[in-house]
Design a binder for this molecule. Structure first.
Ligand code: SF4
Length: 329
């Protein structure tokens, strides 16, 4: 690990001002990913600005919107009774991630901005376009069981590792940021970039912008939602495939509305818009669910080791929708 200086900010504007004093400053949340990256010298910030003393509350407005501070810990968010009752999908996604110790440290903003766990990215002896643009990608011809089948490019096939983000993208969450040019809001679905030919550019954040809060608009059928994560072992493993879903079925048994997102299969939390379009207005049957899953995965591309993810994703979508259908309104 290289030498760095440590600062603690008491307000977002103070954090942003501190970030302007170094060309290599990074905001520090729980440090559960950034410190690992520093240990491996994948990231070498000169200054760490601790933002854990900033917004760490969860507020609900009159219309039911939840505003979650960027520094709220993953454990606190998963345990919040408003989240557990109105959005079980989010609570379950959070509890499926990492370990209790890590969730106690990790913040909401840090979870959103965590970086891929592609093993070649962490190995400085490997070629990696994300670490070093133009260097190549050793994952494409290497061991790629955990890599993407949707949204990847010839530059990078890494997956986004967050569980929480999969639930949030299904819930139409909006990320609030503050930077030198002021405040703005970005739909989470638009925050993470696909790699294209610039695997190193991972988000739409501008230099020195800080995530201050995440907004979840009220969703009337959020109670009928869940998250299922398929992984190699029962805990402390990243998703091979995960599905976040919320389902609204009318009295005639037709799908009035649905939210669906996938994790473990793409470089960003993947909103399954094709599947949603194929589901809306259709009878809530296994046949409909399977057709929607087929539509979503129709553009999937397998690498040498990860072709199983395509069928696994389809089956997990069908299983989750069947589970929600069985729950009743
Ligand atoms: Fe790097 Fe992406 Fe290739 Fe992994 S998949 S080695 S992160 S370029």
């Amino acid at each position: 690990m290289n030498l760095f200086t440590y600062e603690k900010a008491s307000t977002p504007s103070a954090a942003i001002e501190l970030s302007g004093k170094s060309s290599a400053a990074r905001y520090l949340g729980g440090g559960t990913n950034l410190v690992d990256l520093m240990r491996e010298t994948v990231e070498c910030p000169e200054t760490l600005i601790d933002v854990t003393a900033l917004a760490d509350g969860i507020d609900q407005t009159g219309d039911g919107t939840l505003m979650i501070g960027g520094a709220v810990k993953n454990t606190a968010l998963a345990a919040d009774m408003r989240v557990r009752s109105a959005y079980p999908v989010l609570s379950r996604a959070l509890l499926s991630g990492a370990s209790a110790q890590i969730r106690n440290m990790a913040t909401v903003a840090g979870n959103i901005l965590q970086r891929t766990r592609c093993r070649y990215f962490y190995d400085n002896a490997s070629h990696c376009n994300k670490r070093e643009p133009g260097a190549g990608c050793d994952a494409i011809g290497g061991f790629n069981r955990y890599h993407a089948v949707l949204g990847a490019s010839s530059s990078c096939v890494a997956t986004h590792p967050s569980d929480m983000c999969v639930a949030l993208v299904a819930l139409d969450a909006v990320v609030h940021v503050e930077g030198p040019s002021g405040r703005r809001a970005i739909p989470l679905a638009e925050l993470h970039r696909l790699p294209g030919d610039r695997a190193d550019l991972e988000t739409e954040l501008r230099p020195r912008e800080l995530i201050t809060a995440v907004e979840i608009p009220q969703l009337s059928f959020g109670r009928r939602s869940t998250y299922r994560k398929v992984r190699d072992r029962a805990s402390y493993a990243f998703a091979l495939v995960s599905v976040a879903a919320a389902l609204d079925i009318d009295d005639a048994g037709n799908i009035r509305d649905v939210r669906l997102a996938l994790g473990g299969v793409a470089p960003k939390p993947w909103r399954a818009s094709k599947a949603e379009a194929a589901l809306r207005g259709q009878p809530a049957t296994e046949q409909t669910f399977r057709a929607a899953a087929e539509a979503e995965l129709s553009s999937a591309k397998a690498l040498r080791d990860n072709g199983f993810k395509i069928e696994l994703a389809k089956r997990t979508i069908v299983a989750v929708l069947n589970e929600l259908k069985g729950e009743g309104a």
